[in-house]
Design a protein around this ligand. Sequence first.
Ligand SMILES: N[C@@H](CCC(=O)N[C@@H](CS)C(=O)NCC(=O)O)C(=O)O
Length: 153
Amino acid sequence: MKLYNGMSPNGMRVNVFLAEKGIEVPTVNIDVMAGDTKKPDCLSINSLGEVPVLKLDDGQVITESLAICRYFEVLNPEPSLMGTSAAEQANIEMWTRRMEQQIFQAVGTIVYTKSRILPPSWSKYPTMQHLYAAHFPKDWHGWRTRCPMAVPI
Ligand SMILES: N[C@@H](CCC(=O)N[C@@H](CS)C(=O)NCC(=O)O)C(=O)O
C-alpha cells in the first residue's frame, strides 16, 4: 500500500487521522505547490490531479481524503474516529459536510482569489467561478474509465 500525499489541507486530514489511529503508511511525497499533482505520473493514478491518493497492493486506487479515512476506519476501528452508534455517525457526517460545503468552500474562495500565499499560477482566478471552470473535470468519460475503481455504466 502507498499513500501519495503532499502538504495541503486534505492531505493533512489523512495525516492527522492516521496519527490519531497510530497507523504508519509508506508515503510518496508530492509537491502540491510546485504543481506536481498535474504531472503525468500523478495524473495516471488520479486523473483529477489531486492528492491524497491511496494505492492498495492489489492496484485499486482510492481518492478523496474522507474515503481514505473511511478505509482505515473500517480496517482499524479502534480508536473510533467516525462514530459507532447511528447518532454518533450521523453527527460526524453532518459536521463533515457542513465543514466541507460551507466553511471550507468560503475559505477556499478567499485563499484562491485574494490570498498571496499561493504561487502566481494558483492565484490567477479572479473569482471562485473561474477556479471551478478551470478545475471542472473536462473529460468525465475518461475520469470514469481510467480510474481503476470506477464502475462502467
Ligand atoms: N475532495 C478531495 C480534494 C483533494 C484536493 O483538492 N487536493 C488538493 C490539495 S488540498 C490538491 O491536490 N490540489 C492540487 C491541484 O489542484 O493541482 C479530497 O478530499 O481529497
